[in-house]
Write a protein that binds this ligand. Sequence first.
Ligand code: NAD
Length: 263
Amino acid sequence: MDLGLRGKVALVAAASRGLGRAIADELAAEGATLVLCARGADQLDAAKQDIAQRTGVDVRAVVADLSKLEDVQRVTTEALSAFGRVDVLVTNAGGPPAGTFETHDWETWERAVNLTLRSVVEMTRAVLPGMRQRKWGRVINVTSIAVKQPVDNLILSNSVRAAVTGFARTLANEVATDGVTVNNILPGYTRTERVEELATATASKEGLTQRDIVSRFESQIPMRRLGEPPEFAALAAFLASERASYITGQSIAVDGGWIRGLV
Ligand code: NAD
């Protein structure tokens, strides 16, 4: 299937590793020009070099902390000045910290809102006018299965990602006649560095092995295995494509069946 992404410009946030990196790989393989950002310069530069060498596409990388407004603005400004437009915006960031209601104070909530919600709003603010003018655009937000079925001990993620979902659904309606679609993809347990680190940390706290913890995750998933990042990224590439032109306002899970609800 030709996804029609050759020559499109995609901005993929938080793309030095994990799900963001997998999406960047997939879009580059489809011929899209890329702008990537993340906090750590070394890993981001390694991602940029690797993708450019393997695919031959033009890749720019901007070091930025997405919880800071000035950094978010620098990413979008550099993307627009390098390529003149952004056709596909993929919002993503590190997850907010785990914990229950009593764990988090005002400052922690504020940081989570800035990183998980406001970075999405501000990146969208910068690139949406051009998309509407050109009558073509794709906004894809990486959220979580937590928006359909909250995950215990993740009150920040469960709450703030619900806000992203409300934002996206509303925006989808506002820009639907301009050829711009807005969708969310919801990762289930996917084998990224973050999940491996989480499993290792939980294992050492409970005196178990990392394998024990991963088996616990797998036992909740009908497919009885973690997802692989390319399985997740395949949906992002499709939603970014010409072929997904009539899909908007949706939250689609890539979770091996983890969400048990009917819709
Ligand atoms: P990861 O830790 O492997 O990668 C996160 C990426 O975000 C890295 O490139 C990192 O440099 C970047 N990043 C982190 N904080 C940043 C910041 N403040 N500013 C800029 N960049 C920043 O994580 P992942 O597994 O790829 O997860 C990506 C997102 O998806 C997270 O929000 C996570 O909570 C969510 N999620 C992941 C899973 C999963 O199973 N992997 C499941 C549900 C939700």
